[in-house]
Ligand binder design. Structure first.
Ligand SMILES: Cc1cc2nc3c(=O)[nH]c(=O)nc-3n(C[C@H](O)[C@H](O)[C@H](O)COP(=O)(O)OP(=O)(O)OC[C@H]3O[C@@H](n4cnc5c(N)ncnc54)[C@H](O)[C@@H]3O)c2cc1C
Length: 665
């Protein structure tokens, strides 16, 4: 069996001098060295234990040792040290559970948490990755997490028409490999989608998935703490997942929101009645810390539910399916290089995410007949697994420089005082709570679109920074940008610490359709992923319209007051075009192509009679018993949204469907 790809191996940590935690530019080190505490080198361990000793001493001097120690560890995001020591998670071969959930991502965690509310049911949640730590919890370092072993680290096959600015034209396709899944490494934007998205799902043969029918599940998951929206019927205040406005705000975002309004966009709650307009970003954070699927759904109940068993560092390699009855009855997985089998009394539920769920189906004999034949996997059920994949491609820009100072989120600007205030005093309003610099979203309608007028087709994502924010040490590497892009466009901004911001332009409803397949039957290998970005030329034109809209916003008085002007740096590879002409931007779009990682439809939901679909509206795999897929891979069309909120909704709704089917409610 071939070894895992180097991208998914633990990142080696480098030793660093003593007061690492309090150094002003220590954030990069902090993020990079925390793939798993157990993988740390001795110098770092001793620094951490020094910190721990301090915390414990503080606790002891105040009495009530255990609770305070735990609280303190929680406060600094290091409770995982204790978790790993006290929960060995060693599986016992041939254990049997009512439900086996594969993958502890956004959908898997919410599903497992809801199913295990019933103490009569036993639930096994099997996750390939480990436990979150301080780096995952600290929103400003989100970009660095893609360089850790918490990321599966996939890459696309080289793209002909996009990602020209990436090494070997390969777009980076990160995915979370950790309890919490991609919700533990994402950018924390909370965004549900348009009423028309879900009504279209229902109309495509999926009864029960219209907007009115899914809204209760979005609400069930949400614990909104959004000032001004306390009375909104579109928000709930009692669910597990915290949603709040980012407390740290720059002057740049205030100017952007004002300028957007001046340009004619209304202020809106993009998760409310109408998406069109501009808003400060709503985030899945709690008091300025990341609130992942794990933190929100599993951590609070883990010690209280003996019927919920969680297995980390356990990689499922196959779903066991009885060929005669076509019924799933268990899973095979690897834990510490040993193979185990678990059996399911009721169902196996695949929540391994948009790349790994289709991979596991195919490894288990469910997929396109030709692909399975080519790799030598006996066919159990021919289905179009991975045949379709939609994504939201962006243009990484335009970038604007301003006359302000100290407003751009340069990670090296984080001061020791801010680190102390955030980590030890729990202050949610420091720069560390900035979700990777994302501060506002604007939802736009272009002239080009033939969709109804209340269905946006382009989004502007306002980021107070660029590749310069981390001096090329985080985002550039995570996204696989070529050095030349950073050197020629952004290095000078970083060196001068020049204030600037970037408007990422994203298209919601692309016509380009990608696909995913297996090149061999190695369960530890990578699926091949060809997103085929910009195969449909019109997708480029939508992004061009979005760029023009952002240039119009820059003309508004609020932007002029901060001296906002286009960064005049020609994109490498686009020198043949006159700067800022339409053709220049088209070249730029194909070069600075940056996906926001919203891949969907690889296990598409729809009626069995629809030859493009894999699961039905109850998320049951067509023609196979006791097997469902519950994650973003089932989403049938590219949504007018980022996809994390929908993953929680899918998990919540699936829990109700499963309980109903088994007469558990
Ligand atoms: C870098 C990045 C930034 C993003 N930012 C945002 C954002 O700001 N807002 C937003 O709405 N969306 C964002 N997204 C997308 C969003 O986070 C995901 O669509 C969503 O979290 C996916 O949820 P899921 O439950 O479908 O799968 P995942 O959360 O990916 O969960 C799948 C889980 O299954 C596990 N797994 C996979 N294979 C196996 C196996 N063989 N054995 C055991 N376990 C396995 C994985 O390790 C993982 O934990 C972002 C995505 C990325 C990559």
């Amino acid at each position: 069996m071939a070894p895992e790809s180097p991208h998914s191996l633990p990142v080696p940590v480098q030793s660093s001098p003593g007061a690492m935690w309090l150094k002003s530019n220590s954030l990069q080190t902090m993020a990079a060295h925390l793939p798993s505490i157990s993988q740390m080198q001795s110098t770092q361990c001793s620094q951490l234990f020094l910190l721990l000793q301090l915390l414990i001493l503080t606790a002891v001097s105040r009495g009530d040792v255990n609770r305070l120690v735990l609280d303190q560890l929680n406060q600094v995001g290091l409770v995982n040290l204790i978790e790993q020591a006290t929960r060995p998670n060693v599986p016992r071969d041939l254990s049997t559970y009512d439900f086996i959930v594969i993958g502890a991502g956004a959908a898997g965690c919410s599903l497992a948490a809801r199913l295990s509310e019933n103490p009569q049911l036993s639930v096994a949640l099997i996750e390939a990755g480990g436990v979150e730590n301080i780096a995952h919890l600290t929103p400003v370092v989100a970009g660095y997490l893609q360089q850790t072993s918490s990321n599966w680290g996939y890459r696309s096959v080289p793209q002909k028409l996009s990602c020209h600015g990436m090494n070997n034209n390969e777009c980076a396709l990160p995915r979370g490999k950790i309890l919490g899944g991609t919700s533990s490494i994402n950018y924390m934007i909370y965004n549900r989608g348009n009423r028309r998205d879900f009504d279209a799902w229902a109309a495509a043969g999926n009864p029960g998935w219209s907007y009115d029918e899914v809204l209760p599940y979005f609400l069930r998951s949400e614990h909104a703490q959004l000032q001004g929206l306390e009375q909104s019927p579109y928000h709930n205040h009692s669910g597990p997942l915290s949603v709040e406005y980012v407390r740290f705000r720059s002057q740049l975002v205030d100017a952007f929101v004002e300028a957007s309004v001046e340009s004619g966009l209304p202020r809106t709650d993009y998760n409310g009645e109408s998406q069109l307009g501009v808003s400060y970003v709503q985030a899945t954070t709690l008091n300025g810390r990341r609130h992942s699927a794990y933190s929100a759904y599993i951590k609070p109940v883990r010690d209280l539910r003996a019927n919920l068993q969680i297995f980390t560092f356990s990689r499922v390699t196959r779903i066991l399916i009885d060929e005669a009855t076509k019924s799933a009855y268990g899973v095979e997985f690897h834990y510490k290089n040993k193979a185990y089998t678990f059996k399911a009394r009721k169902e196996v539920i695949l929540s391994a995410g948009t790349f790994n769920s289709p991979q596991l189906l195919m490894l288990s004999g469910i997929g396109p007949e030709d692909n399975l034949k080519a790799i030598g996997v006996p066919l159990i059920k021919a289905l179009p697994v991975g045949k379709r994949m939609f994504d939201h491609m962006c243009h990484f820009g335009p970038t604007f420089v301003t006359n302000t100072t100290g407003q751009t989120t340069f990670t090296s600007r984080v001061t020791p005082a801010e680190v102390i205030s955030y980590l030890l005093a729990g202050n949610p309003a420091t720069r560390l709570s900035s979700i990777g610099g994302v501060e506002a979203l604007a939802f736009l309608k272009t002239q080009r679109s033939s969709l109804p007028r209340d269905w946006p087709d382009v989004e502007l994502i306002m980021v107070t920074g660029s590749l310069a924010s981390d001096e090329g040490t985080g985002l550039k590497l995570g996204a696989n940008f070529r050095d030349e892009i950073y050197d020629k466009m952004y290095r000078e901004l970083a060196q001068a610490q020049q204030d600037h911001f970037t408007l990422l332009v994203m298209q919601f409803h692309p016509q380009s359709v990608g696909r995913l397949w297996l090149k061999d039957r190695n369960p530890l290998g990578w699926p091949k992923i060809d997103p085929k970005y910009f195969v449909a030329e019109e997708d480029v034109e939508y992004l061009l319209d979005g760029i023009k809209a952002s240039l119009r916003i820059m003309q508004m008085p609020a932007m002029q007051r901060i001296g906002a002007r286009l960064l005049k740096r020609t994109v490498p590879g686009c020198e043949g075009h006159q700067f800022a002409t339409d053709d220049y931007w088209r070249c730029s779009i194909r070069t600075l192509s940056y996906t926001l990682h919203h891949q969907v439809a690889t296990c598409r939901m729809g009626a069995e009679s629809d030859p493009t679909t894999v699961v039905n509206h109850q998320l049951k795999v067509h023609g196979v018993r006791k097997l469902r897929v519950v994650d973003t891979s089932i989403i049938p069309f590219p949504p007018t949204a980022h996809t994390n909120a929908a993953a929680f909704m899918i998990g919540e709704k699936a829990a109700d469907m499963i309980r109903f089917d088994w007469e558990l409610i």
